[in-house]
Write a protein that binds this ligand. Sequence first.
Ligand SMILES: Cc1ncc(COP(=O)(O)O)c(C=O)c1O
Length: 391
Amino acid sequence: MNRVIRSLRPYPMEELNRIKASLKKRGIKIYDFGTGDPKEPTDPKIRQALIDAVPEVSQYPSVAGKKELREAVAKWFLNRFGISLDPETQIIPSNGSKEAIFHFPLVFIDTDIPEKNRVIFGTPAYPVYERGTLYAGGRPVPVPLKEEDRFLLRLDKLPKSILEETKIVWINYPHNPTGATATKSYLEDVYSICREYDIILCSDECYTEIYFDEKPPSALEVGTEGVVVFHSLSKRSGLTGYRTGFVAGDEKLIAQYKKGRASFGVATPDFIQSAAAVAWSDEKHVKERREIFRKKREIFIQLFDRLGLKYLYPEATFYFWVKSPAGMSGEEYAKHLLNYGIVVSPGVNFCAGIEVLENRCSSEYFRIALVPTVEECIEASKIWEKAHKDI
Ligand SMILES: Cc1ncc(COP(=O)(O)O)c(C=O)c1O
């Protein structure tokens, strides 16, 4: 087995899953706020576009993707961020953003140049930044994100020596798991440090469309040189099962990435691309989704305020990053809630593997994903209130 797979830490949810299975057996209703995969139905016109695109004869799709999709993406990007992208040279469709994020360092880390193979990302984090780095033979640099920095990755606070050895920086705003957002001026600061140290700035932007007030910016608004952004229809349009997104940015990097991707076998099926083109061309269903998440968000703002639980006010994403009651870790609180059928993700799930190995991982936080329906959220909030009072 590849040594990277052997070295991956055990799945942190294992014990929680065991308890979950035993609750199910006892017939206790489960409210799963654990994984970020909402259950709202896919918009009928997207489903129809998929059905209509299934051909009689289906042949291999190309890595470059369909022109129709790249043009729809370019149009969306211009309307949404005011940035003009060339659909021929600056956009590649991907099978959701996970695979694209995972594969990126495989193309850009040169293991023969150990003095430029570090990959920086903030923690708590989506785990793929670290895993992609490890598989590519790069050196992960997890940087703890602090509440006093509003969970922004502060490159300006890192030693020069680390930045000099860094090839890639990952940022992810709006952020999973904290729900933190970044301003354009923050992105400008990150961009200028990346340019100074010749670092590729990778911005995972899959939550930019789940906002409640201000529209979150894209890193491409502050510059294109050395910048690559990752977008997805999973969260924006609820298409997690379709596996569709795109990668866009610096023309030179996109050309190199396209070349690398030809080896991976990840070209998106044409009928998925046709459905995706319809999804990027419509804002109505996205607005409706935002309103649903707004309702769910309100239920939990009220609950947490009633219970006196502290959380980062989520201006975007469908997550809440909540501090456990005094004296309890996120894991302890999550286990307590589980006895009542409520599943949340303890903060330690979002530590980097290397932080766990080196005992640098503990968390008083837990994350909830607003996945159950509005009705289920109302039911769960009542049960949660009782569970909290039983501590
Ligand atoms: C921060 C972040 N990036 C990327 C992804 C991957 O999403 P997908 O591959 O469905 O586009 C997720 C999924 O939860 C995520 O939370």
